[in-house]
Write a protein that binds this ligand. Structure first.
Ligand code: 5GP
Length: 139
């Protein structure tokens, strides 16, 4: 497998070199809004330790990341007034991965919601900021 590239876009977000709408952070993980949301409230959870994806991740890191996924998923459902959520995670380009730093997608969903295509249009910054605030308030 190709080596982890520490200059990927999510590594830059972790270093504060690229802005993001933060939802949650602890010692080992970071959660923020996806700039091209597939549904309202679409957010991402990443480990601070770099790995390309699930396949090369340290299992101890995975345990921490999935705990944050659970925490943020509950807040995303509550904050966005959803009824459930999808968790998506892609490994390598043929499987749909476009950013090569491990991440889990959280998509809060209500009955009848339609999911937009993966990596579609950019959302308005003010909308992302409002959704991040709703999710943070539900943590
Ligand atoms: P993947 O296809 O690798 O599973 O998903 C990468 C996700 O990152 C996509 O949903 C895409 O919208 C999102 N994304 C790409 N660039 C940025 C960025 O600069 N900031 C944020 N917040 N999300 C990004």
């Amino acid at each position: 497998m190709t080596a982890y590239d520490p200059n990927n876009i999510f590594a830059k977000i972790l270093k504060g070199e690229i802005p993001s709408h933060k939802v949650y952070e602890d010692e080992h993980t970071y959660a923020f809004m996806d700039v091209m949301p597939m549904v309202d409230g679409h957010c991402l959870v990443i480990p601070k330790q770099g790995s390309r994806n699930l396949l090369d991740a340290d299992p101890a890191v995975l345990a921490g990341v999935i705990a944050t996924v659970q925490k943020v998923a509950k807040a995303a459902i509550k904050g966005m007034g959803a009824e459930g959520c999808q968790i998506r995670q892609f490994n390598e380009a043929p499987a749909g991965q476009t950013v090569f730093h491990l991440h889990f997608h959280i998509l809060p969903l209500r009955t009848g919601d339609s999911v937009k295509p993966h990596v579609g249009g950019m959302a308005d910054n003010a909308v992302l900021a409002r959704h991040a605030e709703l999710i943070r308030a539900a943590l």
